[in-house]
Design a protein around this ligand. Structure first.
Ligand code: MN
Length: 497
């Protein structure tokens, strides 16, 4: 068996496909994700990486490529790349090399980007994508390499001139390259979401797509199932989940139309235009030899010590896949609920606090349905939740000891969201306590029965269905505070049912 075959056997992409609306064509997608390392300094200089700031405020002489300046590797960034590799269950290459990728662009003052070509720091790994039906699908990772970001050309500052902002120049990126294992626009976004989750758990990238911390280059081709791969086009730099879906759907449709008309797809780099909802040709695709890669003579090969890698591995947090498996196993949650809860580390921690010592399924239900629902409506994150995990836990305790009915608990929860008050205080202040005092309930029942002698006769005559109506009347008479189960039992007693 070759190494390739062993690898393919180990990482075979499995699971159900999510079919796109592409008839008998199969859409083949591979992604190259540029993830900015959460580092305060750049990859080869000490300049800050803060988002925003005045143009060219965060630029050292190295980032501006002044003659004679030499790059110095940022050890922290190397560590983050290794952490990420370990989180992707990937091979860590103890020997890797920085190369110069040569091309001219006004926002690239060196005239080349320092990247890794033949010897990347991280080799093959995998991402387990969580599907909506609770299943998972493996997308294989081909490699992860370290490289510098470029600057930015500003075309909207002056009527006849373009300006260059080098604040981003030299910022550390991890380019994470997947195998072409993705089969639909939906899978592509699920893959990216899962990758983002893993990076955020590891703390190696903040995953903020709006600020450009994660950008995706998407390779799309189409074929009839079972035939060789078709010619692919690369859509550059898409930075929102919605645009990724739209760009893939448009591009697949475009290629299918060309092929069905008897034409052929040309390999090229394309741009997605969100305003028009279409991709358009940017340049014909360059091959790697066009870049004249060669090892950067200013940088030694990067040689890592296995013990250092092992130390990093030992310090990794519990990752989303393991957490999900534990939630299913220990708490009896469905795979879907577990994957919703572990999507962010903060929500998983929040849930665990609520579930601690309580019914874990009821806790999951309250967190996912009631709390997430309310947070979504108000556009708040879990960190901004007006209800703390302790407070939600107390509410569930009041539900468990029957102080509150589930109806009343929902009312109390609404007030908690508005006021941030403890549930005990709300119950005491507003007298929302569920009435389990049988004397009070019996009095209410007797009153309702006395007021409705005709209905009493009907029930006695065998019309048992009317019992529900009586329960409703008694609940009304107690302003919803009576325990409905007790009401039901006592009514049955009165009617000898
Ligand atoms: Mn790149």
């Amino acid at each position: 068996m070759s190494i390739e075959e062993i690898y393919d056997a180990k990482h075979d992409a499995g699971g159900e496909l999510i079919a796109g609306a592409t008839g008998d064509w199969e859409v083949i997608i591979g992604m190259e994700v540029h993830a900015q390392i959460a580092s305060r300094a750049k990859l080869f200089s000490g300049a800050p990486t803060d988002f925003g700031g005045e143009p060219n405020d965060h630029v050292s002489l190295v980032d501006a490529a002044m003659p004679g300046m030499l790059p110095v590797i940022n050890n922290f960034c190397v560590e983050q790349a290794v952490r990420t590799g370990l989180g992707l269950k990937a091979d860590i290459n103890l020997y890797s090399v920085f190369d110069r990728k040569n091309y001219f662009y006004p926002d690239l003052p060196q005239g080349y980007q320092i990247s890794q070509f033949k010897y990347p720091i991280v080799g093959r790994g995998e991402v387990r994508v969580d599907l909506p039906d609770g299943g998972t699908r493996v997308v294989r990772i081909e490699r992860l390499h370290l490289e510098q970001d470029a600057g930015k050309s500003l075309h909207d500052q002056h009527p006849s001139m373009s300006y260059v902002d080098l604040n981003r120049s030299g910022v550390a990126l991890m380019e994470i390259v997947s195998q072409p294992d993705i089969r639909s626009a939906e899978e592509a976004t699920l893959y990216l979401e899962k990758l983002r989750t893993i990076l955020r758990y590891l703390g190696t990238c903040d995953g903020n797509m709006q600020e450009g911390s994660m950008r995706a280059d998407i390779n799309v081709s189409v074929r009839k199932p079972g035939t060789p791969l078709g010619t692919r086009c690369e859509i550059k730099n898409v930075n929102s989940m919605r645009f990724i879906r739209q760009a893939i759907d448009y591009e697949a449709r475009r290629q299918i139309d060309i092929l069905e008309d008897g034409g052929e797809v040309h390999q090229e780099t394309r741009l997605y235009d969100p305003g028009k909802g279409e991709t358009r040709a940017m340049r014909s695709k360059e091959e790697s030899h066009d870049y004249r890669y060669f090892p950067d003579p200013d940088l030694l090969p990067l040689e890592l010590v296995q013990g250092w890698v092992d130390d990093i591995a030992a310090g990794l947090p519990e990752l989303p896949d393991e957490k999900k498996a534990r939630f299913i196993e220990a708490f009896g949650l469905s795979p879907y609920d577990a994957s919703v809860l572990v999507a962010e580390r903060e929500t998983a921690d929040f849930y665990e606090k609520v579930a601690q010592g309580r019914d874990p399924k009821i806790a999951a239900n309250w967190v996912i349905t009631n709390l997430f629902g309310a947070l979504n409506e108000t556009g708040k994150t879990i960190a901004e939740s007006p209800v703390s995990a302790e407070q939600l836990g107390s509410l569930l305790d009041l539900l468990a000891d029957k102080t509150l009915s589930s109806r009343l608990a929902k009312d109390v929860f609404e007030i908690m969201l508005e006021t941030g008050d403890d549930p005990q205080k709300i119950v005491a202040d507003r007298g929302l306590k569920q009435v389990t005092d049988t004397g009070a309930i019996e009095a209410a029942i007797d009153r309702v029965m006395a007021e409705n002698p005709d209905k009493v006769e009907e029930v006695k005559g065998g019309k048992e269905k009317l019992l529900g109506w009586f329960v409703g009347q008694v609940m009304k008479a107690t302003q919803g505070k009576a325990n409905p189960q007790i009401v039901n039992e006592m009514l049955r007693g009165k009617f000898d049912l």
